[in-house]
Design a protein around this ligand. Structure first.
Ligand code: MIG
Length: 635
């Protein structure tokens, strides 16, 4: 059952597609308070309440014991003490005797104090008092998650080939670099479906352009790669380079499509290309205009994109950097003491993604000027919506791969997400795993992390273990940052170990794809915490390192260096399968704790009693998979 409570006049986010009449606010069942323009409410948690949700968010599956903020942030250090990442997925699920869900449809900042200030209190504070709150109750956590999904609309389904293995790096600078990657995979016999183009494919970081020195005759090149079964996936950034003669910029400026300053002039901020205008994606006509721009690339055969920097990330504003430079100039020749030096330093480090810059930006919502802070969390999702809606209209469903960095619930109907700039850290294997059920609850099914880790240098064993989890995530993409050690599978010793892992993915694709489709159609989660399926099992309830997958499986990746395996908890008897290339070893294990050894070239998988999954033969490209010729694993 669902109840809706409305206060003030909320900004329409279109997160919810179902029409639900608001109830009487005097029935709002929580203690609440409105003061200083904020609204807060809260309740006591019982000792055994598990708090799930918040989608792509930091820390555990159980979110108790920390304070989170819904505020889309470009933060490349996903350390334990962070409160915000790139997404604002405002859905919480309280699992207890009487489970219920809360969705706060409100696009400004929200603070979720989940037993941080007081261990048994959950306190939610909204930076504003115009909102819709939905309460979902009745049934198990799984039923509540399903019911919530039923009001936000069906999840995006990508093209089938988007389940193939994908290789990315910032950046493959030109056609030769891309060719070397494809060649490396081909000669190692490792399957591959996509290669990514990061910002350097563009002409000086201008969206919808291609650097003709790096890719002379891009159109023929794209066709040549498609003939080899490879999709090239270019990046699109939110900021539009300010440059005379660049048609996207000139159109945006002349039509008044960019975000404004308080005085009505265009807001200008620096990102990769230097000074940029930021399209006001909240306006339907701007979305339409921007969506159509992708045509420049789809017309020449591109059929997949990733949208980046759309929190939006802003390195500096024009005013901000002028002030900073003036301050620096005024200090020339001064003897800078501790305070003086650090204040100067902070002036520059504080330029990026600054709160005062965000507060100086204005959007037009239904003809009215609205400050950016009130709608911050739907900026990126509106960019991705612009693209996704255009694709669905022009090409039909399941044709174009689209995923975004920033997101808000609602964007799940037209795109996927990736989890942003993680690190080549062992702890980030588990962080990846823990985000999956949350993202699924909020409708984001097509998702995944940068396998191998984005920032810093990866080691061979880390990449293998990361990939062995990535075998199960719908988006299976290895991506790494500029200046880090090469991370493509064929660059490491014994590439056959990598082939063994990635072949397992291809063997599982028909099964994973069916599970995905079903989850989208039936509003199910692909990945569930064990506690959803075994609510009365105390060990399963606390498990943060394993997940249920579909109706048949449980996954438990190895996540520590120099470990030849891991301890795994079986909430019931299961078949333990070690998959490696086309080989598999099968072992029956009883309910309880087990230590299982898993080689670096193996993918561990657990199949529930009475369940079977199909495995096909691997192929170098998804297009060559034969789903009809499957063998069955399990009992
Ligand atoms: O400020 O385009 O998360 O995947 O490689 C960095 C360069 C900008 C951030 C993305 C990352 C991408 C990188 N981008």
């Amino acid at each position: 059952m669902i109840k809706k409570y409305t206060m003030g006049s909320p900004i329409e986010t279109e997160a919810v597609t179902a029409v639900i009449e608001p109830g009487d606010f005097s029935d709002f069942p929580f203690e609440h308070d409105a003061k200083n323009g904020k609204f807060s409410f809260g309740f006591s948690m019982s000792e055994d309440d598990i708090i799930y949700g918040l989608g792509e968010a930091n820390r555990g599956i159980n979110k108790r014991g920390w304070v989170y903020e819904s505020y889309c942030s470009d933060d490349p250090f996903h350390t334990e003490t962070k409160s915000s990442l790139y997404a604002a997925h405002n859905f919480l699920l309280v699992g207890s005797g009487k489970p219920f869900g809360i969705f706060i449809d409100f696009p400004a900042r929200i603070r979720w104090d989940i037993g941080y200030t007081k261990s048994d209190r959950l306190e939610i504070t909204l930076d504003g008092a115009d909102f819709d709150i939905y309460l979902v109750y009745g049934g198990s956590p799984r039923e509540i998650a399903r019911e919530f999904r039923s009001i936000i609309g069906k999840s995006y389904i990508p093209p089938f080939w988007a389940f193939g293995y994908q290789q990315s790096r910032w950046s493959y600078h030109n056609a030769e670099a891309v060719d070397r990657v494809i060649e490396g995979y081909n000669s190692a016999g490792i399957p591959l479906d996509c290669v990514y183009l990061d910002i350097d494919y563009m002409e000086r970081y201008k969206d919808f352009t291609v650097d003709s020195e790096a890719f002379p005759d891009f159109e023929s090149y794209v066709a040549e790669k498609r003939a080899q079964g490879i999709h090239l996936i270019p990046i699109i950034d939110a900021g539009i380079k300010k440059e005379e003669g660049y048609s996207v910029y000139e159109e945006g400026r002349d039509r008044g499509y960019f975000c404004k300053r308080a005085d009505g002039s265009d807001f200008e901020g620096g990102v990769w290309p230097g000074v940029c205008g930021f399209p006001d994606f909240l306006r339907p006509e701007v979305r339409r205009w921007f969506g159509e721009k992708y045509r420049a690339l789809t017309d020449i055969g591109i059929d997949g994109f990733w949208n980046d920097m759309n929190e939006p990330a802003i390195f500096y504003s024009v005013e901000g950097i002028e002030n900073a430079l003036e301050k620096a100039a005024s200090l020339k020749g001064e003897n800078l003491d501790l305070g003086g030096f650090f204040s100067l330093k902070d002036t520059f480090t504080g330029l990026s993604n600054s709160q005062s810059d965000y507060s100086s930006i204005y959007h037009t919502v239904n003809g009215e000027q609205v400050n950016h802070q009130r709608v911050h969390n739907i900026y990126g999702s509106s960019m991705t919506r612009a693209a996704g809606e255009y694709f669905a209209e022009s090409f039909g469903e399941e044709k174009i791969l689209m995923f975004s960095r920033a997101s808000y619930i609602g964007a799940h109907r037209t795109s996927g997400i990736w989890f942003g700039d993680n690190h080549s850290w062992w702890s980030h294997i588990l962080l990846n795993l823990k985000m999956l059920p949350g993202a699924n609850m909020c409708g984001f099914l097509y998702c995944g992390a940068d396998l191998g880790g984005f920032n810093e240098n990866a080691t061979r064993d880390l990449v293998l273990r990361f990939l062995a989890l990535g075998v199960f995530t719908p988006l299976m993409r290895n991506h790494s940052a500029l200046g880090t050690r090469d991370q493509e599978c064929f660059r490491f010793e014994k590439p056959e170990d990598f082939r063994d892992i990635i072949e397992v993915r291809y063997r599982l694709i028909p099964y994973l794809y069916e599970t995905f489709r079903k989850a989208s159609e039936e509003n199910e989660m692909i990945f569930r915490p064990l506690s959803f399926d075994y609510p009365d099992d105390p060990v399963a309830r606390e498990c943060e390192t394993q997940l249920m997958l579909g109706e048949e499986c449980m996954i438990a990746p190895v996540y520590e260096q120099n470990a030849g395996g891991r301890t795994v908890y079986l909430p019931e008897d299961m078949t333990f399968v070690r998959l490696s290339g086309t080989r598999e070893t099968v072992e029956k294990l009883g309910k309880g704790l087990h230590y299982v050894s898993v080689a670096l070239s193996e993918v561990p998988l657990f199949i529930k009693k009475g369940k079977r999954i199909p495995l096909c033969m691997p192929a170098m490209r998804t297009g060559d998979l034969r789903a009809d010729k499957a063998e069955w694993l399990g009992e």
